[in-house]
Design a protein around this ligand. Structure first.
Ligand SMILES: Nc1ncnc2c1ncn2[C@@H]1O[C@H](COP(=O)(O)OP(=O)(O)OC[C@H]2O[C@@H]([n+]3cccc(C(=O)O)c3)[C@H](O)[C@@H]2O)[C@@H](O)[C@H]1O
Ligand SMILES: Nc1ncnc2c1ncn2[C@@H]1O[C@H](COP(=O)(O)OP(=O)(O)OP(=O)(O)O)[C@@H](O)[C@H]1O
Ligand SMILES: [Mg+2]
Length: 273
């Protein structure tokens, strides 16, 4: 196993500075975060308070009737520990109105819809509080595409987007995220009993190694398997990554004019006054 742990003091400083600079250069003072009770949003909230001060960070807790009891308890623990202003908005009525009307029972449709309802409320609240939305996506879930496109992925900036999930755990422990959050299994909490690792089929300890070896050490699939990783896990991780490239790029634009978004305007000087 490759040691993916980082110098967490330095990592924290980089992310804190990143949040400060991104807000400043885009003329924002406030940041808003959807707080789920999970580790990604907890970590981002702690880093945001360090970067901006507790008076400039807002938390929104958006439980659905099937959200786990621990999620809401841990979410409240985060906002109370940090002393940030927060709102709890239950999304059951809004979501069930649509599910009942369309007779939807498929858990994936339900889960993706919940993620997109949350996104709508988060951006509405960002407008109300004149804030940038801090994304909570990490490198592992972005690379796997394990996320709802334009749902929980939607954000202004990604402070922990270059940290593998195992590094999210390392940094969270380092900065003192509450134990109950550190000790529970990552879950999208979109249906009862859901956990990331069960749904994906490979534990994060292996996902991160496989992604790292393939992307950063440029090992081939065969070389990774020769290092002792099971074929089913290597194929699972790489296939998920290849099949979700669309989630990591702007939608392709059909080029007609001489100057087209996505094809041109690739550098800041293209659009400067
Ligand atoms: N090649 C392609 N080019 C352009 N668009 C493409 C496409 N392939 C699919 N699509 C579109 O993308 C849609 C599917 O993508 P999407 O809607 O994102 O949904 P999908 O990837 O099917 O599902 C999202 C997955 O992420 C998990 N999740 C969601 C939310 C939060 C978390 C969490 O960890 O907290 C996890 C969830 O449990 C589920 O496994 C298709 O319906 C299709 O419209
Ligand atoms: N009930 C909720 N209330 C507010 N925001 C939510 C809720 N559920 C999900 N979100 C938003 O969607 C993001 C994605 O969820 P995800 O499960 O990947 O991260 P997490 O819950 O923070 O960490 P973990 O992976 O440990 O569960 C959350 O970080 C949060 O910003
Ligand atoms: Mg979660």
């Amino acid at each position: 196993m490759i040691d993916l742990s980082l110098n967490y003091e330095l990592t924290k400083k980089f992310i804190v500075k990143f949040i400060q600079e991104e807000l400043k250069s885009n003329n924002f003072e406030h940041a808003l975060i959807g707080i789920s009770g999970g580790i990604d949003s907890a970590l981002v909230a702690y880093l945001a308070v360090e970067a901006l001060g507790k008076e400039n960070v807002f938390g929104v807790l958006l439980p659905y009737k099937l959200s786990s009891k621990e999620s809401i308890e841990d979410g409240l623990k985060v906002v109370k520990d940090l002393g940030i202003e927060h709102e709890v908005i239950e999304i059951t009525d809004i979501a069930d109105c649509y599910f009942e009307r369309e007779k939807i029972q498929d858990k994936f449709r339900i889960g993706n819809f919940l993620a997109r309802i949350r996104m709508s409320i988060i951006f509405d609240k960002a407008r109300e509080f004149d804030s940038i939305v801090l994304g909570t996506s990490n490198k592992s879930e972005i690379l796997l595409g394990y996320t709802t496109w334009y749902g929980d992925m939607a954000a202004g900036i990604y402070p922990i987007g270059d940290l593998y999930k195992t590094q999210v755990f390392g940094l969270s422990k380092y900065i003192g995220v509450p134990e109950s959050i550190l000790n529970k299994k990552p879950s999208a909490d979109l249906w009862p009993g859901q956990t990331d690792e069960d749904e994906i089929g490979t534990p994060y300890s292996e996902i991160d190694q496989i992604l790292y070896l393939y992307l950063e050490e440029r090992k081939t699939k065969d070389e990774i398997m020769e290092m002792g990783f099971k074929k089913e896990h290597v194929e699972n991780v790489l296939n998920r990554m290849f099949s979700t490239q669309f989630k990591r790029t702007l939608p392709p634009v059909c080029k007609i004019s001489l100057r087209t978004f996505g094809h041109d305007f690739l550098y800041p000087h293209d659009v400067f006054k």
